[in-house]
Design a protein around this ligand. Structure first.
Ligand code: BG6
Length: 484
């Protein structure tokens, strides 16, 4: 693996502590970091290298999936970390940083490959990218890459502006846009589910599939993120990115052993085939809702409008469900029902593919059979189940066959993604084309919400969402599977 200097903006922040350091440590233990690896943490706080290293060690103790049993290993890991104070808007700080990096590169004999990881608010992305270019940090004889977190824009126009700004300093090939759902092993698995399994391939179309359901329900509420969440809602926070990415990954038909370019090309084709909603279509196809007070695990919980920092008359969506149609050869006529919400009954991300009734319908319907289902549990549990009908005491009875159960040691999404960014594999990062097409599809929904053309429904905290979302499927003769 090529040597690299990992330049981390936002090194004292929450994401770095919870996700990035534990992920890097696990990669280190698994031998998946280059031997010559150096990390420079950047933040506004005036920390010494030693203080930074201790804080990294602490975050490993708090958040790593592995116990820290070997102190020498931990020591050898944190010895690769250095810290430098940086004010994002001060050009001198970038010059100083360049000096530090060049010195480290020459002391360690590193090829000057630089990975710039922006673990900071999106409002800083363009300033940092242009300062990297102007200070000379980006003019390196090795490669350079920019890794950024979501949100990528607030709507179609702001996303385009952001992309235009970033592309002045980095090419598309150098930009790695993280959508952490693409790092989840089960989402990555979707790439091969159809292409590597002839049995599934044979059934993977509107001829046999009745509908597809993609759910990401969370039990958490708005938490301490009122300032952010009340302006974005479920539609921007989860739907435009994670939910549409899962839809793309499920709906692609890939040639076997596809490379990153092919995966991206086919994902783009799926997005291009989504039937656009006009602003006036939104009402019939999209349900928005907000959680009201209720209870979770036996404890009463507040309604959204009573949460700290949320306006008493907030019209923000904490839940969204939508019916999406893909107008291509394989999926024409198959509804994709997508839903996501906060403060729901359980934490579960899953996909259910419901197959059409048996050709000889009488046998299954009369004797109580159920449709065949392919049920993919993505997180927090992982698994693939197939529901088939069997005969018991003369009656049809559905049984669930477990096709895959996860091992205990599942690498976290961030481990997969950071590793891929280090080796330069873009397969599971969002390409600009996908991001732009996703915003373009979502834009009429944003407009309709903004103009209050869609009613804001309510659901009890701790429930499976609003009744209107059940009605969305019932109109087509379906229902959500596996709501507990
Ligand atoms: C983030 C959202 O992108 O994903 C959060 O901003 C959400 O609001 C989180 O809670 C869910 O991620 P996961 O991996 O826990 O399903």
């Amino acid at each position: 693996m090529e040597p690299v200097t990992y330049v981390l903006f936002g090194a004292t922040g929450d994401l770095a502590k919870r996700k990035i350091y534990p992920a890097l440590y696990n990669l280190f233990v698994d031998g998946k970091l280059p031997d010559s690896f150096s990390l420079i943490g950047l933040g506004r706080r005036d920390w010494s290298d030693e203080y930074f290293q201790t804080s990294v060690e602490q975050s490993l103790r708090n958040f790593s999936r592995r116990e820290l049993v070997n102190p020498e290993l931990v020591q050898s890991f944190i010895s690769k970390f250095r810290y430098s104070v940086l004010d994002i808007g001060r050009t001198e700080d970038y010059k100083k940083l360049l000096g530090i990096i060049e010195e480290r590169e020459s002391t360690l004999g590193l090829t000057p490959n630089r990975l710039f990881y922006l673990s900071v608010g999106p409002e800083y992305f363009t300033t940092i990218a242009s300062n990297i270019a102007e200070s000379g940090l980006g003019s390196t004889a090795g490669w350079k890459r920019l890794v950024i977190e979501k949100p990528f824009g607030h709507d179609l126009q702001s996303a385009r502006e952001l992309n235009e700004q970033l592309s002045k300093s980095f090419t598309e090939d150098e930009i790695f846009r993280i959508d952490h759902y693409l790092g989840k092993p089960m989402v990555q698995n979707l790439e091969v589910l159809e292409s590597a399994n002839p049995i599934i391939q044979a059934l993977w179309s509107n001829r046999y599939i009745a509908n597809v359901q993609i759910t990401a329900s969370e039990t958490v509420g708005v938490e301490e993120r009122a300032g952010y969440y009340d302006h974005v809602g479920a539609v921007r926070d989860m739907f435009q990115n994670h939910m549409l990415q899962m839809l793309m990954m499920l709906a692609i038909h890939l040639p076997h052993n596809s490379n990153a370019q092919e995966v991206r090309k086919h994902k783009k084709q799926v997005m291009e085939a989504l039937i656009p909603l006009s602003k006036s279509d939104v009402r019939a196809n999209v349900i928005r809702a907000q959680y009201a007070e209720g209870s979770l695990g036996g404890n009463p919980v507040k309604g959204y409008r009573a949460e700290p920092g949320i306006a008493a008359a907030s019209m923000n969506d904490t839940y969204i469900a939508a019916k999406i149609q893909i107008d291509d050869f394989f999926w024409r006529g198959v509804p994709f029902y997508i839903r996501t919400g906060k403060r729901m009954k359980e934490k579960s991300t899953r996909i259910v593919v419901e197959f059409k009734e048996a050709l000889n319908q009488a046998s299954s319907v009369i004797n109580g059979g159920a449709p065949n289902l392919l049920h993919i549990e993505i997180s927090p549990n992982e698994g693939i189940m197939l529901q088939l009908n069997t005969k018991e005491n003369g009656e049809l009875k559905p049984v669930q066959i477990q096709l895959h159960e996860s091992s205990k040691e599942i690498p976290e999404a961030y481990e997969n993604l950071i590793y891929d960014a280090l080796v330069g594999n873009p397969t599971f990062f969002a390409h600009w084309d996908e991001v732009e097409l996703a915003w373009a599809w979502v834009q009429p929904i944003l407009d309709a919400f903004q103009d209050n053309q869609v009613p804001l429904h309510s659901y009890e905290a701790g429930s499976n969402g609003p009744a209107e979302a059940d009605a969305l499927l019932a109109e087509d003769g379906f229902h959500w599977w596996f709501d507990t």
